[in-house]
Design a protein around this ligand. Structure first.
Ligand code: GRG
Length: 309
């Protein structure tokens, strides 16, 4: 059952696997690792701006997906943590740039003033750039006990996922479509599979690569992630309509205001919820061969459709 209003669903808490305990424990590990990853050094202004957004909270879904996949495939938290932090750095930089006046022009993010509102546009742009560069340095320099070939594969995958073939491409088409609420479903899907899906897929794929999964396993993990990525975006579109600014930590109703096409505007709210649920079921089907080891990824897929922020 889909409950975008925050009501608990029976699927989220199973007796065998307690997702809220798992999330709390993993979020604490990730918070500590992120804090350690970026010391405040000279020139303090830029490090302060980077830390302001990196440590501003958030669900930490991307690092948790990376770690969970690595563990599912026989790897450890330690093997995945530098990549997990790098994924959050990339996510954070994309939020900083997305919030700029030249893009979405938002004043609030994660319940706090946006980076440019606190540090100015010049520093916000540079903080995003610096986080992006540092994310790659961090993977290369900090990953331990993983064969170098796998680390290279992770870096190559991520480079492609954030550039014009991924996040940047999705954002460009999104900008082009502003004020055009009648765009085709195909274009909307392109935007979301690139702007949101590419990074979520990278979290799962990179976790798998670090642990040394087979090509066939990587294919399955990738399809799981593509499905949850699209479901995540559909729920994001629904929440933009149904949730409050307090719940979202950012301005609500932005899509309607910017005359953006969304899944609810194409299909209506009810059909959008059903489609998100179908995508999550398909994602979970992909994990069947992993058996019980996939518990965390299954629970995370359910979390995506039950979240209210
Ligand atoms: C990557 C080089 C490079 C540039 C960035 C601005 C841009 C290009 C892309 C936009 C990407 C973007 C902002 C996509 C939206 C993703 C999304 C749904 C964010 C919300 O994610 P949550 O709900 O947020 O996981 P928290 O705060 O919980 O982390």
């Amino acid at each position: 059952m889909v409950a975008t209003d925050g009501r608990p669903t029976s699927k989220v808490e199973s007796p065998a696997f307690n997702l809220s305990t798992y999330l709390k424990q993993r979020q604490a590990l990730v918070e500590a690792a992120l804090d350690d990853s970026l010391p405040l050094v000279y020139p303090e202004k830029i490090y302060e701006a980077m830390r302001y957004s990196l440590l501003a909270g958030g669900k930490r879904l991307r690092p948790i997906l990376c770690i969970a996949t690595c563990e599912l495939a026989g790897g450890t938290v330690e093997m995945a943590m530098p990549t997990a932090c790098a994924l959050e750095m990339i996510h954070t930089m994309s939020l900083i740039h997305d919030d700029l006046p030249a893009m979405d022009n938002d004043d609030y993010r994660r319940g706090k003033l946006t980076n440019h509102k606190v540090y100015g546009e010049d520093i916000a742009i540079l903080a995003g750039d610096a986080l992006l560069a540092y994310s790659f340095e961090y993977i290369a320099a900090q990953t331990k006990n993983v064969p170098p070939q796998r680390v290279l594969q992770v870096i190559a995958w991520l480079g492609r996922a954030v550039g014009a073939a991924g996040l940047v491409g999705g954002q460009v088409v999104d900008l082009e479509c502003e004020g055009k609420p009648d765009i085709q479903e195909e274009t909307l899907t392109y935007i979301h599979t690139h702007k949101t899906g590419a990074l979520l897929e990278s979290c799962v794929v990179c976790g798998g690569i670090l642990a040394g999964v087979t090509d066939e396993e990587l294919e399955r993990l990738s399809r799981y992630a593509q499905n949850i990525g699209l479901a995540f975006q559909i729920i994001d579109d629904i929440l933009d309509i149904t949730a409050t600014q307090e719940q979202l930590g950012k301005t609500a109703g932005k899509d309607l205001q910017a005359q953006k096409a969304t899944y609810p505007s194409l299909w209506g709210l009810e059909v959008s919820k059903i489609k998100a649920q179908e995508l999550v079921e398909e994602a979970k089907n992909q994990l069947k061969p992993f058996g019980d080891k996939a518990q965390s990824l299954i629970a995370l897929a359910d979390f995506i459709t039950s979240r209210n922020h």
